[in-house]
Write a protein that binds this ligand. Structure first.
Ligand SMILES: [Zn+2]
Length: 343
């Protein structure tokens, strides 16, 4: 089967034939239909988090597909089941990660990878669904949607009428906006550098938008709340200067949530005094999502017409075109890209 392989940092992925290993205990073989592509894979490609000792390896951590075969001990799914592939641990066995072969060399892979026609994943990284939902939309449940909504519902526990500001309205940020709109937060402020992303943010429920390329964001946010600060401020950019502004824009009883991953050498300095009044700072881990519980609920919201999924997908690529998708993502001027494995 064909897979996209990371053979070195800062170079294009190589799409080549790899051999699928026999299934071990707790592993599931899935025919991948769609994979999303997100910031995490860009970080792996551009080495943002430092050296990578697993190269060469497969990548991708949100997807959808159909179960082909299950390994010993697997009870959660069976052949033919439609599944969401996610990096956050759910119920089931935490298996050994698979090892693929390319010629005579071993290709590493994590507990879930999705940039390939088939994949071997750990039982706890799949969640089955029976709803009639397009595979492309289901793929977004693997990371972007669950993380974004989880930030609002789990990390911020945002209530109706509370205020939220979101820095960076890409794949995750747009779902933070959508989650804030679902609980009737107000205002919901989207901040980004790209005008059309801000337009998209409005259609997902942002009540105000700020273009950071020409606005004094810190000043405008302060004025909007009469100097009080926001109940919740989310940074999805991972940029240190932005995180600093996010922290300062949070009210003394509010919460700053860091969702973007910073460069491994970057740090921030904060005035810790407001922490004594109750301000909190947390790093989100996938929105603290519980896949088995949350994914079915979110699919239901989608079926009720309350959650926009299809509208998030701005570009579709084939596996052969994956480097074009990566290049487009690097430029930043893009919504969600999905890779179709059957094209
Ligand atoms: Zn992701």
């Amino acid at each position: 089967m064909k897979a996209a392989i990371l053979t070195g940092q800062n170079k294009p992925l190589e799409v080549d034939e790899v051999t699928i290993p026999p299934l071990e205990a707790g592993q599931v073989l899935v025919k991948v239909e769609y994979s999303g592509i997100c910031g995490k894979q860009l970080e792996e490609i551009n080495g943002k988090r430092g050296d990578d000792h697993y190269i060469p390896h497969l990548l991708g951590h949100e997807g959808s597909g159909t179960v082909s075969e299950v390994g010993p001990g697997v009870r959660k799914v069976k052949a033919g089941d439609h599944v969401v592939l996610h990096w956050i641990k759910g119920s089931g066995i935490d298996s050994a990660p698979p090892r693929f072969q390319r010629g005579n060399s071993t290709i590493s892979a994590g507990w879930v990878t999705t940039f390939s026609e088939y994949t071997v994943v750990s039982e706890n990284r799949v969640t089955p669904f029976t709803a009639e939902i397009e595979f492309a939309a289901a793929a977004l449940m693997g990371c972007a949607v669950t993380t974004g909504l989880g930030i609002v519902f789990n990390n911020a526990a945002l209530m109706p009428g509370q205020s939220m500001a979101v820095f960076g309205v890409g794949g995750v940020g747009i779902n933070v906006i959508q989650g804030a709109a679902l609980v009737n937060a107000y205002p919901i402020v989207a901040i980004d550098l790209f005008e059309h992303k801000l337009e998209q943010a409005k259609s997902f429920g942002a009540t105000h938008t700020l273009n950071a390329s020409y606005s004094d964001v810190a000043k405008v946010l302060s004025e909007m709340t009469g100097g009080k600060g926001f109940d919740a401020v989310v940074d999805v950019t991972g940029n240190s200067a932005v995180r600093q502004i996010a922290y300062n824009a949070t009210s003394n009883t509010g919460i700053t949530i860091f969702a973007g991953v910073p460069h491994h050498e970057e740090t921030i300095t904060v005035d810790s005094f407001p922490l004594h009044f109750g301000r909190r700072v947390v790093g989100s881990h996938g929105g603290e999502t519980k896949p088995d519980v949350d994914i079915p609920k979110y699919i239901q919201l989608y079926q009720l017409g309350k959650l926009k999924l299809d509208e998030q997908i701005t570009h579709r690529f084939s596996l052969a075109e994956i480097n074009d998708a990566v290049a487009l993502m690097q430029k930043g001027d893009v919504g969600r890209c999905v890779i179709s494995m059957s094209d």
